[in-house]
Design a protein around this ligand. Structure first.
Ligand SMILES: *[C@@H]1O[C@H](CO)[C@@H](O)[C@H](O)[C@H]1NC(C)=O
Ligand SMILES: *[C@@H]1O[C@H](CO)[C@@H](O)[C@H](O)[C@H]1NC(C)=O
Ligand SMILES: *[C@@H]1O[C@H](CO)[C@@H](O)[C@H](O)[C@H]1NC(C)=O
Ligand SMILES: *[C@@H]1O[C@H](CO)[C@@H](O)[C@H](O)[C@H]1NC(C)=O
Ligand SMILES: *[C@@H]1O[C@H](CO)[C@@H](O)[C@H](O)[C@H]1NC(C)=O
Length: 335
C-alpha cells in the first residue's frame, strides 16, 4: 500500500445494511435443466458466486491516479430464498388435483405422484437454503472489506442492520451477520449479537404510499400488459402443448396455470433438487413464461408506472444523507 494515506478512519465505522422486503429465492447444489424463473431464480443459478479477493472493495486503486480506502459502507440487500406464499402453495395443490382428475392413469406418472412438500403454515418464511445463501453473501462481503473491520469488535464497529417487520428479512440479516462475523471477527457468531432495527417506513414504503396502493397495487387494470400476455397466442400455444402431453381437454388449464407450472418447476428444483413440473415445458416455453413474469414485475414494482420509482426517493435520500454524514472534506483520496 502506498505511503502517505490522507484518509482517517472515522471513529465510528458504520456498516449500514438494509434488507428490502421484496421477494426472491436462492443457492442450492443442484442446477435445474433451465433457469428461467424471473425474480424467483436462485441467485446462484443466475450468477455463480466468484471467489472474493481479500479487501478488493476496501482498496480502490487507480481512481484518477490515486488510491482510495473505504471508510463507510452502505448496502441494500434483498432477503434470501423464501418459501412459496400460502396462495402459491394452495394454488399448485389445486392445479395438481385438477390434472390428476383429468389425466389418464398411465400419463406422466411422476407428475401424478408428485407430493406438495412446501409448508402451508409458514407463509414466505426464509428457508435453510436462504440462510446458506445469506451466510455466503456475508462471508464474501467480509472478505472484500476485511480491513474496514480490523481491530474492531462487533460492538464498536457500528455494524447496523435495518430490517422490515417480516421475519425473513431479520432472519436474512442474522445469517448475513453470522457469515460476515466469522470472517472479520473470527470464531462462531450465532446472530444473538446482531444490531437490527425494524424500519418499515423506510423499507416497506410501498405499503404506506396511498397513491401507489390505489393506482397500481390494488388496481385490477394496472397490469394490463401482463393480462394481454397471458391471453396471447404464444401462451395459448404453450397451454395446448401441455394439453397434448397430458392428453387433457382445453377446459382443464388456464393461462395462470401455465405460469404456475413454470414457477413450481423452479421452486421444486431449488429446494428438493428435482421436479416433474419441469417436464411440461421446454426451454423456449420457459423463456416465454419468464418474460411474462418480468413484464408483471415491470408494471407492478419497476418503471412501468412513475409512482413505482418515485416512492423510493425517501429511501435513496436516507442512504445519501448517511453517506454525506460520513464524508469529511479533503478526506476522500490518497495522494
Ligand atoms: C417471527 O419470529 C418471531 C420470533 O422468532 C416469532 O415469535 C413469530 O411467530 C414469527 N412470526 C411469524 C409470522 O412466523
Ligand atoms: C449465542 O451466543 C451467546 C454468546 O456468544 C450465548 O450466550 C447464547 O446462548 C447463544 N445462543 C444460541 C441460541 O446459541
Ligand atoms: C388503474 O390503471 C389504469 C392503467 O394504468 C389507469 O388508467 C387507471 O387510472 C388506474 N386507476 C386508478 C384508480 O388509478
Ligand atoms: C386420450 O384421452 C382420450 C379420452 O379422454 C382417450 O380415448 C385416448 O385413448 C387417450 N389417448 C392416449 C394416447 O392416452
Ligand atoms: C448524522 O450524524 C449525526 C451526528 O452523529 C446524527 O445525529 C444523525 O442522525 C446522522 N444522520 C444520518 C442521516 O445518518
Amino acid at each position: 500500500m502506498a505511503a502517505g494515506l490522507k484518509l482517517r478512519v472515522v471513529a465510528t465505522l458504520l456498516f449500514f445494511l438494509i434488507y428490502v422486503d421484496l421477494f426472491s429465492f436462492s443457492v442450492s447444489s443442484t442446477t435445474p435443466p433451465y433457469k428461467y424463473f424471473s425474480t424467483k431464480t436462485l441467485y446462484e443459478w443466475a450468477h455463480p458466486a466468484p471467489k472474493p479477493v481479500e479487501d478488493e472493495l476496501y482498496y480502490l486503486k487507480g481512481v484518477k491516479g490515486k488510491t482510495c480506502r473505504a471508510k463507510y459502507v452502505s448496502a441494500l440487500n434483498r432477503h434470501g430464498a423464501r418459501n412459496p406464499s400460502l396462495k402459491e402453495v394452495t394454488g399448485i395443490s389445486d392445479l395438481h388435483r385438477r390434472l390428476v382428475a383429468a389425466m389418464g392413469p398411465n400419463t406422466n406418472r411422476e407428475l401424478r405422484s408428485w407430493v406438495n412438500r412446501f409448508p402451508n403454515n409458514n407463509d414466505q418464511a426464509l428457508t435453510p437454503l436462504g440462510e446458506t445463501e445469506q451466510r455466503g453473501l456475508g462471508q464474501r462481503t467480509g472478505t472484500k472489506l476485511r480491513s474496514l473491520f480490523a481491530g474492531k469488535d462487533n460492538t464498536d464497529s457500528g455494524l447496523k442492520f435495518l430490517v422490515t417487520s417480516h421475519n425473513r428479512t431479520k432472519d436474512s440479516a442474522v445469517a448475513f451477520y453470522e457469515g460476515l462475523s466469522s470472517i472479520v471477527y473470527g470464531g462462531e457468531h450465532n446472530g444473538s449479537g446482531v444490531n437490527a432495527e425494524v424500519n418499515n417506513q423506510l423499507l416497506r414504503f410501498y405499503d404506506d404510499c396511498d397513491r401507489y396502493v390505489t393506482s397500481v397495487k390494488d388496481n385490477k387494470t394496472a397490469p394490463k400488459e401482463y393480462d394481454d400476455f397471458l391471453s396471447s397466442n404464444r401462451v395459448l400455444r404453450i397451454k395446448e402443448k401441455i394439453e397434448r402431453k397430458l392428453n387433457i381437454s382445453s377446459e382443464v388449464l388456464t393461462s395462470d396455470d401455465v405460469q404456475r407450472v413454470n414457477t413450481f418447476c423452479g421452486y421444486d428444483v431449488a429446494f428438493f433438487g428435482w421436479s416433474p413440473w419441469c417436464s411440461l415445458l421446454d426451454r423456449c416455453d420457459m423463456k416465454i413464461m419468464e418474460y411474462g413474469e418480468d413484464l408483471e414485475h415491470y408494471y407492478e414494482t419497476s418503471y412501468g408506472h412513475e409512482i413505482n420509482w418515485q416512492q423510493s426517493c425517501q429511501l435513496v435520500s436516507a442512504i445519501f444523507a448517511a453517506l454525506d454524514n460520513n464524508t469529511v472534506d479533503g478526506d476522500t483520496l490518497d495522494k
